[in-house]
Design a binder for this molecule. Structure first.
Ligand code: PMP
Length: 399
């Protein structure tokens, strides 16, 4: 077994060697601009892009012309939310989102509020799920968009996507979902789930960084969004800029691998995740699970360690890459907005670690991690005056 061990697969993933192999020719002999219609270099590049587009479309049960390549989920989320706000402004200016969304949705909503939009942020229960009744009650005459993530990046909780989609259809509202953490782990069918806009990113599914997709529904209903980048008119005028052909090919390959392996991979990864959870709960007292045990993505394990500072725990686990908070944002000092939203105090939120199991983890690594976490937690608790006082108090109460 090699150290360090990577267990931070929500932050990003190692590029699959099969993806690297598929990309390589597009840096060298197939280097053309996919928009060069006049010669073979362009046609070859275009063919690579269109093959990738078909892979993505097939995986989502969409049409190839509904797939727009972007620089990643941050851009896709910006394009979806800003694009609807601008394009539907004659119809209304009200958006519904949720307090546990990724900042690439929340901060867009905040900026739109400054320019005249109204945003309702749904709360979540202690597992991180929205309440459908609350969503229904939040819908107004002027609601133009509901943006609710598929799976949360910190606690893995799945939202009731199909039910949200149904409600949006009933009210004639566009439904966007940020599926960045769900893609490749949960089967997604945009038609069956009534999803109108969907964001995803390649680097969470063993593809390259800096490439993503926005799915934009073309019929039943036709969703129209305004671009945020203007220029050469690529991607049906929705995302100008020369296409990043090698990365698009890599994204396509990464999706194709997911399509072929999702079932077996989900089983393997959830087995490893469950093993880690069981070992930690069996060997370490006073720990709790954040999120829901059933209704979550298979690779997520977010655990609170009573009386332990997560940063100190990570320092003690230098040979294991895990994360406290979301790790997708740069400001780690603030307690996570997701953990606060499910009811944790700041102190509790600072005691939580997110483990993200991935394609390249082994059972041996999981066994090692469980043991090391136990050792370091015990060490930290033995020198934590707060933990000791609390334990003594608890013991006195139980006598
Ligand atoms: N949404 C979610 C749920 C995410 O986890 C992330 C990545 N941390 C993003 C959006 C942003 O993705 P990208 O890094 O591709 O911009």
């Amino acid at each position: 077994m090699k150290l360090p061990i990577y267990l931070d697969n929500h932050a990003t993933t190692q590029v699959d060697p099969r993806v690297v192999e598929a990309m390589l020719p597009y840096f060298s002999e197939k280097f053309g601009n996919a928009a060069s219609r006049q010669h073979k270099f362009g046609w070859v590049a275009e063919e690579g892009v269109e093959t990738a587009r078909s892979f993505v479309a097939k995986f989502l049960n969409a049409e190839p012309n509904e797939i727009i390549f972007t620089s990643g989920a941050t851009e896709s989320n910006n394009l979806a939310v800003k694009g609807v706000a601008e394009s539907y402004k004659q119809k209304g200016n009200h958006i519904i989102s949720c307090v546990t969304e990724h900042h690439s949705v929340l901060d867009v909503c905040k900026s739109l509020e400054k320019s005249g939009c109204e945003v309702s942020y749904l709360r979540v229960d202690k597992y991180g799920r929205i309440n459908l009744e609350e969503l229904a009650n939040a819908i107004r005459q002027n609601t133009i968009l509901v943006s609710i993530m598929f799976a949360n990046n910190e606690i893995g909780t799945l939202q009731p996507i199909e039910e949200i989609g149904k409600l949006c259809v009933e009210h004639g509202i566009v439904f966007h979902t940020d599926a960045t953490q769900a893609i490749g782990k949960i089967p997604i069918d945009v038609l069956k789930m009534d999803i109108h806009l969907l964001s995803l990113s390649a680097h969470k599914i063993y593809g390259p960084k800096g490439i993503g997709v926005l799915y934009v529904r073309k019929k039943n209903p036709r969703v129209s969004i305004s671009p945020i980048l203007h220029g050469g008119g690529q991607e049906k005028n929705l995302r100008s800029g020369t296409l990043n052909v090698p990365s698009i090919v890599g994204l396509g390959k990464a999706i194709d691998i997911c399509a072929n392996e999702i079932k077996i991979e989900t089983e393997r990864i959830s087995f490893l995740r469950n093993l880690l959870q069981r070992k930690i709960f069996e060997t370490i007292p006073n720990v709790w699970l954040n999120g829901e045990s059933e209704n979550r993505i298979p690779n997520n394990l977010n655990i609170g360690f009573d009386g332990v500072d997560a940063e100190a725990l990570m320092m003690g686990l230098k040979e294991i890459a895990v994360s406290s908070g979301s790790a997708c944002s740069t400001s780690q000092a603030m307690p996570s907005h997701v953990l606060k939203a499910i009811g944790l105090s700041s102190d509790e939120a600072h005691s939580c670690i997110r483990f993200g199991v991935g394609r390249f983890n082994t059972e041996e690594e999981i066994e090692y991690v469980a043991k090391r976490v136990g050792v370091v937690v015990e060490q930290l608790r033995s020198i934590s005056p707060k933990y000791k006082v609390r334990k003594q108090k608890e013991e006195l109460v139980s006598i």
